[in-house]
Design a protein around this ligand. Structure first.
Ligand code: NDP
Length: 385
């Protein structure tokens, strides 16, 4: 059997680590083409050596000497910068896992799409910002986009190739994050350390904060809107604190299919890597008798306005979702740096969106320019705590 080839964009992150953990368990079945990071050259070099990657790329050019030194004596090509990142992403591979955080992942993801390959998409921000541009490129280049995000992976599995015409509802489940039971007054005091401590999932800092504000679910709503075009009115969100049911599809005959699994990203990643087959994971089997109770409740958009803002952005369409995403990235970075209060994140995104009516982006370059403009606006409107 010939080994399958894989590239991992964002290899040093949480999704990168989970993906490499699965690959490590079946090393003889995989050959690693490209591994990338932002600035963590030491970890990237360690991984590139372990997996015998063809190329290792850091986005931050200042880290190239360190990467080169750490890879000295190997045949691994070391490179840096955004064009090197795009070049690495465009190398042919059987599957490219897009796991860079934020809109920084957009151009590399597009490069992989333009190759017409299979992309395991974790980088939801790129689909939020450039939904139509990306989905059109997928169709034009005959690429295959497989959702890694646990909710979208669940929906993909529940749809199982069925006609979207038969779908009545797609329901995204949300854990509700670490603050789901906090009052508004408590939320005002929430700290970065508390926000990144997710009760069920172990994730990178940005998505953990998104989960706490519910922007993660808002971004996922827009992601689902592009991946599963049933119309926004058929997409809904339900809070499910146990994170066991990862999402559901209700068909017109009243049948609801749900996908269940442990709160471990290796499950949806494995489903993507092996698709349309299945592969083993080291995850504990689901013990529903021990879990005992699964609960569900409606989201509270008073305390967590992010899902309302995201739905409005999806309704408005054009460049608005890209502005929402950019403003949120800036607000989350400011919150993590102690410069913005927790409840100001959504308020700030709303301020940035207010009165801003950019033209709809038609190309990747348009989206990148709009993203930069929205970031600039978000920074200019920032009021320190
Ligand atoms: P992490 O913060 O853990 O990792 C991010 C990765 O992206 C790292 O490899 C980082 O490199 C790299 N990176 C960061 N900034 C840049 C940049 N400007 N240019 C190039 N590379 C960059 O994030 P996660 O793994 O948690 O999340 C990755 C993506 O997957 C996000 O879009 C997230 O929403 C999505 N996702 C994550 C889930 C999870 O469980 N973690 C679940 C579902 C979706 P370095 O280490 O050098 O900084």
């Amino acid at each position: 059997m010939t080994a399958r080839t894989i590239s991992i964009l964002g290899a040093t992150g949480s999704i990168g680590a989970s993906t490499l953990d699965l690959i490590r368990r079946e090393k003889n079945k995989w050959r690693v083409v490209a591994l990338t990071a932002n600035g963590n050259a030491a970890e990237l070099a360690t991984l590139a050596r372990e997996f015998g990657a063809e190329v290792a790329v850091v986005a931050d050019e200042a880290r190239l000497p360190q990467l080169r030194e750490a890879l000295a004596g190997t045949n691994i090509h070391a490179a840096a910068g955004t064009s090197a990142l795009t070049e690495a992403a465009s190398r042919p591979a059987d599957i490219t896992v897009a796991a860079i955080v934020g809109c920084a992942g957009l151009a590399p993801t597009m490069a992989a799409i333009e190759n017409g390959g299979t992309i395991g998409l974790a980088n939801k921000e790129s689909l939020v910002s450039a939904g139509e541009v990306l989905t059109k490129a997928v169709a034009r280049h005959g690429a295959t986009l497989l959702p890694v995000d646990s909710e979208h992976n669940a929906i993909f599995q529940c749809l199982a190739g069925n006609d979207l015409e038969h779908v009545r509802w797609i329901t995204l489940t949300a854990s509700g994050g670490p603050f789901r039971d906090w009052s508004h007054d408590q939320l005002i005091q929430a700290t970065p350390a508390q926000a990144v401590k997710h009760p069920n999932w172990d994730m990178g800092a940005k998505i953990s904060v998104d989960s706490a504000t519910m922007f993660n679910k808002g971004l996922e709503l827009i992601e689902a809107f592009h991946l599963f075009p049933v119309g926004l009115e058929r997409l809904r969100i339900i809070v499910h604190p146990q994170s066991i049911v990862h999402s559901m599809v209700e068909y017109r005959d009243g049948s609801t299919l749900a996908q269940l699994g442990p709160s471990d990203m290796r499950v949806p990643i494995a489903s993507t890597l092996a698709w349309p087959q299945r592969m083993d994971t080291p995850c504990e089997p689901l013990d529903l008798a021990q879990i005992g109770t699964l609960t569900f409740r409606a989201p509270d958009e008073e305390r967590f306005p992010a899902t309302r803002l995201a739905r409005q952005a999806a309704e408005a369409g054009g460049g608005i979702p890209a502005v929402l995403n950019a403003a949120n990235e800036i607000a989350v970075a400011a919150f993590l740096a102690g410069q913005l209060g927790f409840t100001r994140i959504a308020a700030h995104v709303e301020d940035v969106l207010s009165g801003f009516a950019p033209p709809a982006p038609a190309t990747l370059e348009d989206v990148i320019a709009l993203d930069a403009e929205a970031r600039h606006r978000a920074l200019a409107l920032m009021e320190p705590v």
